[in-house]
Design a protein around this ligand. Structure first.
Ligand code: AMP
Length: 369
């Protein structure tokens, strides 16, 4: 029996563990944090130890046959050691690229993958020079991936540069051209040990307060745009010599052309629709790719809309009936006991029949009221 090691103990680890258990795999979660609530009772073993804990590293590697990640912000040194000891998919190198906006954007540019124009900035002088090149409509983002809302500021005039630089506290950053997009879409691809790569259907994403709110599949964009997004994600996975599951987020420009916004070396919130909408879920696909098994069919079985459940819209006593009363609604909760306003507590996939999107939107309004 294969034991899969997972670095990180959030909801993505939970859902991977659930699929792993269904298929008879054992799981060991190393959370890196003092709590790992979503994985309790779901993983075979949960290690709530820091990532720089040498004994934890040895214990983890002793127990697992192969390892993967459920989030990218894990010390590179830990990733490299696990990789050398038991094998890590995706590789420490791929995860390292996605940890840092400047490394990621540079990789995209060097490999001919379309992204918004950008320049790396390390000082106010460099920011001023970059603004000449990339402006006038821009977004300044800190290079190291921060937490929600932190480290992003829109700049539309030269006299805003100093305040913007102060607001990112002088941290190494990327100045990006602002993309006047039609919509945002994402593609999940899985690439196996032999380099075979399959894309899930393209998902259209709507955000609320910078957090994913609804995912609509298939995305309502022209066929050529769907093809271009899939082909770009597959090309990116190939250039990275990737093994595992890769999420790629895109802006769709008014022309229908796609440009990459960012990537994530793991399952993604916008891929939760696969759990009820596709033949194979993103988590099963991750497990297959990581464990060296043939990939499953990513085929869409019918229109699917995913509604994210955030802390501000969730009161279990009052709302759970609304979900069960909605035709084709499938509830997924993450086992979190303290519902902070912006915390992701679960999601609902609405599938089947006609008017899927209307049913999903009506449910969301009820949950918000
Ligand atoms: P990010 O954290 O980079 O995914 O950005 C969060 C959100 O900010 C994106 O989903 C977009 O809605 C918006 N955004 C970020 N970068 C840009 C950009 N270059 N042009 C337009 N909108 C952007």
């Amino acid at each position: 029996m294969t034991t899969l090691g997972i670095l990180g103990g959030g909801q993505l680890a939970r859902m991977l563990c659930l699929d792993a258990r269904r298929m008879g795999f054992r799981t060991v979660v190393w959370s890196g944090t003092p709590t790992a609530e979503p994985t309790e009772g779901v993983a075979d073993i949960v290690m709530k130890r820091k990532f720089d804990d040498e004994e934890a590293y040895e214990e983890f590697c002793r127990q697992v046959d192969v390892a993967t990640v459920e989030f990218e912000n894990i010390p590179l040194e830990t990733l490299r050691k696990v990789e050398d000891s038991v094998g890590l998919f995706p590789s420490a190198e791929s995860i390292g690229i996605s940890q840092h906006r400047s490394r990621e954007k540079t990789f995209l540019r060097e490999h001919g993958i379309p992204c918004a124009p950008f320049a790396l900035v390390n000082s106010l002088e460099e920011l001023k020079a970059a603004y000449e090149e990339v402006g006038p409509a821009t977004v300044l983002k800190t290079a190291a991936f921060g937490y929600d809302g932190k480290g992003q500021v829109k700049i539309t005039a030269g006299d805003e540069l100093e305040a913007a630089w102060e607001s990112v506290q002088g941290e190494p950053s990327v100045l990006e051209g602002f993309v006047d997009f039609l919509c945002e879409v994402s593609v999940l691809v899985a690439r196996d040990k032999d380099g075979r790569c399959l894309a899930f259907p393209v998902a259209e994403n709507e955000h609320r307060n910078h957090i994913l709110d609804l995912t609509i599949v298939p995305a309502r964009v022209p066929e050529e745009t769907l093809d271009e997004a899939k082909a770009t994600a597959i090309k990116l996975a190939g250039e990275l010599d990737y093994r595992g599951l890769l999420a790629v987020e895109f802006f769709v420009e008014k022309s229908g052309r796609v440009v990459v916004n960012e990537m994530a070396p793991r399952p993604h919130n916008s891929g939760h629709f696969t759990m009820n909408g596709c033949v194979t879920s993103q988590f099963e696909q991750q497990l297959r790719a990581v464990c060296g098994l043939p990939l499953g069919s990513p085929e869409l079985q019918g229109e699917t809309v995913m509604v994210n459940l955030l802390g501000d819209m969730w009161n279990p006593e009052l709302k759970v009936d609304e979900i069960f009363a909605t035709e084709g609604a499938k509830l997924h909760l993450y086992g979190k006991s303290s519902p902070g306003e912006r915390r992701k507590l679960g999601h609902v996939n609405v599938v089947g029949g006609t008017g899927v999107e209307a049913r999903a939107r009506a449910l969301k309004e009820k949950l918000l009221s």
